[in-house]
Ligand binder design. Structure first.
Ligand code: HEC
Ligand code: HEC
Ligand code: HEC
Ligand code: HEC
Ligand code: HEC
Length: 256
């Protein structure tokens, strides 16, 4: 592992020692993972072939279907979930019923065999990740997944390497305050509600009516804000939820 990844604090040294002593099998997994970590394997921005050419751009941005209509557990559990054929058929039993592109969906519905979607994003098994906590702190999906609202075929938006996770875990206030302008428009909304409201605003008002921070997010190249006002708004969220920034980069948070 690259030494630039770690701050040389006594704490992380102790944690590494604990991992080394307690987790032999984990370490084997970890070093195998390191082997497969070349840039060619990260596949950022490369659309992934799917059995049905499902377009987020079309369904989310143009039609305005909320992420939670299809990824029903994203606020409540570790996993976002992938929609069942029934969810697609709630519309496609009535519209576009003759589209050849939808033939696999109709087949799946008639035979009761689920569509096998190819997974786009994955962290190795030795890494713990949980959607609900991130979404409930007000992180918009695009922070991690890139410009989903623009994607015709879904691609990976970020490397999901450890250094990328840590960049935010070390300074979460740079990533949490993006919604400060949206918050002024919807003062009673929680950070979680604002995270979804960004897509609603995009759909109803268009790209040209977004704030600079919102524009960066819908374009999917948000790498944290450096201006004082946004960091201050981020700090307020850190305080409101009692986020323990000192411990967020500890090994045990993601490797349990
Ligand atoms: C109408 C249903 C529908 C809606 C609405 C929808 N999605 Fe999806 N999403 C899917 C389907 C089907 C897949 C699997 C195929 C694919 O990867 O494109 C998927 C895949 C994904 C993936 C990749 C999953 C993986 O394999 O790693 C991400 C990330 C994602 N969606 C994010 C979003 C976000 C963010 C929104 C809201 C802005 C959203 N989706 C709205 C149906 C939907
Ligand atoms: C809320 C309604 C709704 C849901 C749910 C929905 N779709 Fe659609 N979908 C549409 C509409 C409306 C269109 C086409 C509109 C247009 O092209 O103007 C469409 C178009 C499509 C097309 C393009 C068809 C063509 O011939 O161009 C595909 C493929 C598709 N949907 C797949 C899916 C899949 C897969 C799911 C489930 C994960 C899904 N849709 C769920 C409303 C929906
Ligand atoms: C902090 C980063 C982050 C945020 C924010 C985030 N995701 Fe993810 N997402 C991930 C990671 C990491 C994975 C891979 C998880 C794994 O392999 O277990 C993933 C996987 C997925 C998948 C694949 C299926 C699954 O459950 O693993 C879908 C769908 C998805 N995300 C949708 C969303 C939606 C919708 C949102 C916004 C409401 C969102 N994500 C917000 C990081 C994030
Ligand atoms: C853009 C910022 C951001 C990114 C990127 C991010 N996280 Fe987080 N993560 C947070 C914040 C903020 C919290 C703190 C939540 C709290 O304590 O309230 C958190 C908490 C967690 C937790 C603790 C969950 C719990 O149940 O206690 C885990 C595990 C985690 N993140 C894993 C990951 C992994 C793995 C990645 C990379 C694949 C990642 N995170 C990327 C911001 C981020
Ligand atoms: C915020 C989440 C997070 C924290 C905190 C974290 N890791 Fe990781 N770690 C990851 C992710 C994600 C990967 C998988 C990277 C990949 O697939 O490229 C990983 C991979 C690894 C690997 C495999 C080799 C590599 O670099 O890919 C080792 C070893 C490792 N972590 C050790 C540690 C140690 C030691 C600490 C504490 C100093 C730590 N990690 C803290 C998320 C985290």
């Amino acid at each position: 592992m690259g030494s630039q990844v770690f701050k040389p604090s006594a704490n992380s040294v102790a944690q590494v020692a604990i991992i080394c002593i307690a987790a032999g099998p984990l370490l084997v997994g970890l070093s195998l993972a390191a082997l497969s970590r070349s840039p060619a394997n990260t596949k950022v921005n490369v659309p992934k072939n799917q059995p049905v050419p499902f377009s987020h751009q079309h369904h989310n941005w143009e039609l305005g279907i909320d992420c939670r209509y299809c990824h029903t557990s994203v606020e409540k559990s570790a996993f976002a979930g992938i929609p069942s054929t029934e969810t697609c058929m709630s519309c496609h039993s009535q519209i576009w019923t003759n589209s050849p592109l939808l033939e696999p969906v109709r087949q799946s519905f008639e035979t009761g065999t689920p569509i096998v979607w190819n997974k786009v994003n994955k962290v190795p098994d030795f890494v713990y990740f949980n959607h609900s906590i991130h979404v409930n702190r007000g992180l918009n999906c695009n922070t991690c997944h890139g410009p989903v609202n623009d994607m015709h075929i879904t691609a990976k938006g970020n490397s999901f390497q450890m250094a990328w996770c840590l960049q935010c875990h070390r300074n979460p206030e740079r990533y949490l305050g993006w919604s400060k302008d949206l918050h002024k428009e919807h003062p009673s909304d929680t950070p979680r509600q604002l995270a979804f409201k960004l897509y609603w605003k995009l759909q109803t008002k268009g790209k040209s009516n977004l704030s600079p921070a919102e524009t960066i997010l819908v374009n999917g190249n948000f790498e944290g804000a450096d201006d004082q006002a946004t960091k201050e708004a981020g700090r307020e969220i850190v305080e409101k939820y009692g986020i323990k920034t000192q411990q967020l980069a500890d090994c045990g948070v993601c490797h349990r």
